[in-house]
Design a protein around this ligand. Structure first.
Ligand SMILES: O=c1ccn([C@@H]2O[C@H](COP(=O)(O)OP(=O)(O)O[C@H]3OC[C@@H](O)[C@H](O)[C@H]3O)[C@@H](O)[C@H]2O)c(=O)[nH]1
Length: 346
């Protein structure tokens, strides 16, 4: 049985995991691992699918409602015998016979998750309940991608998993940060009450190819602005910090967590910390030195600092990120150049 990595009173004896359904063991039995990825057409989800598909013993089923995800991100797998794509909104129940569930589905960019906040919280609460119900019914192990936003505007720095956070429960970000906090609670309640095998990753800011160009998050905004020759919009005051993890490192961390013996929550992120002004200066230097940097108005409740303590990931998963910001940005630049049709100057 999995050990519990962190937090409060989780050290309660839990039930044995439910046995997989009889269907899974008879008619549909086969030696491959069948893996469901919710939100698998999205940015991190599609990179995770690529990695899972590299293993010939894996069959991957993606469910996505394509609100922020796109079929384009999965085009190389469509038609592959070990791959299936289902258009489905996880706020509605779903029954598929699977062994593992990577539950990623939820808009992650603040402008998208704030666009329809009621839908965002439904996705996190009802969507997670539906996926937990599925995991219970078929005896699957389930991994939730939670977020560094559960720490809110943190009063402890860097953030350890034991920190309970500083979250505004009625703020404009709460549909996402409180939504993910409830999702974590549901995961642990199903674990304690029904013996479900759970894993929780707290994902810190992540970047890389396939982010939506107009995603609204800072790295994609700055790269798109630099390539379009527009000013880089640093939201005030510019001294707020974030720590950016390249997507291939993130995917490795998620797979290690799923395959390991710890429930989490475990922080997965890159501890290299930058102010938003520093980030703008690096993007300017690496991509387009002629652009200017402009300070613009910020949105409410923007966390002033964020940096993961990744001691647990190192110790329990043997994981740490390999790609620095200066190595990762050019890889993302290349993808954005192709999609925007902007060629490098000779
Ligand atoms: O154009 C921009 C966009 C954003 N920013 C700033 O950049 C910082 C990061 O903002 P982002 O929108 O990229 O992301 P946030 O850190 O606010 O939220 C993210 O946190 C972790 C993940 O779970 C999610 O992907 C997302 O919610 C903020 O301080 C924001 O004010 C800019 O300075 N300019």
């Amino acid at each position: 049985m999995a050990t519990e990595a962190a937090n409060g009173n989780n050290d309660v004896v839990v039930k044995k995991p439910p046995t997989p359904s009889p269907l899974r063991n008879s008619k549909f039995f086969q030696s491959n691992l069948r893996i469901l990825v919710t939100g698998g057409a999205g940015f991190i989800g599609s990179h995770l699918v690529d990695k899972l598909m590299e293993n010939e013993k894996n069959e991957v089923i993606v469910v996505d409602n394509f609100f922020t995800g796109s079929k384009d991100n999965l085009k190389k797998w469509i038609g592959h015998p070990r791959f299936e794509l289902i258009r489905h909104d996880i706020t509605e129940p779903l029954l598929v016979e699977v062994d593992q569930i990577y539950h990623l589905a939820c808009p992650a960019s603040p402008i998208f998750y704030k666009h329809n906040p009621v839908k965002t919280i439904k996705t996190n609460v009802m969507g997670t309940m539906n996926m937990l119900g599925l995991a219970k019914r078929v005896g699957a192990r389930i991994l939730l991608t939670s977020t560094s936003e559960v720490y809110g505007d943190p009063l402890e720095h860097p953030q350890k998993e034991e920190y309970w956070g500083n979250v505004n429960p009625i703020g404009v970000r709460s549909c996402y940060d409180e939504g993910k906090r409830v999702a974590e609670t549901l995961m642990f309640d199903y674990h304690r009450q029904h013996g479900l095998e759970i894993r929780i990753a707290r994902i810190f800011n992540t970047y890389g190819p396939r982010m939506n160009i107009d995603d609204g998050r800072v790295v994609s905004n700055f790269i798109a602005q630099a390539l379009r020759g527009e000013s880089l919009t640093v939201q005030s005051p510019g001294t707020q910090t974030r720590s950016f993890c390249y997507v291939s490192d993130m995917v490795d961390g998620l797979i290690r967590l799923m395959e390991g013996d710890n429930t989490g929550p475990i922080n997965i992120g890159n501890p290299g910390e930058f102010t938003m002004m520093e980030l703008a200066e690096i993007v300017k230097e690496l991509i387009e030195p002629s652009v200017s940097i402009e300070v613009v108005e910020n949105t409410p409740d923007d966390p002033r600092q964020r940096k993961p303590d990744i001691s647990k990931a190192k110790q329990l998963l043997g994981w740490e990120p390999k790609i620095t910001l200066r190595q990762g940005l050019p890889l993302m630049e290349e993808d954005f150049r192709q999609r925007l049709g902007v060629h490098k100057k000779a």
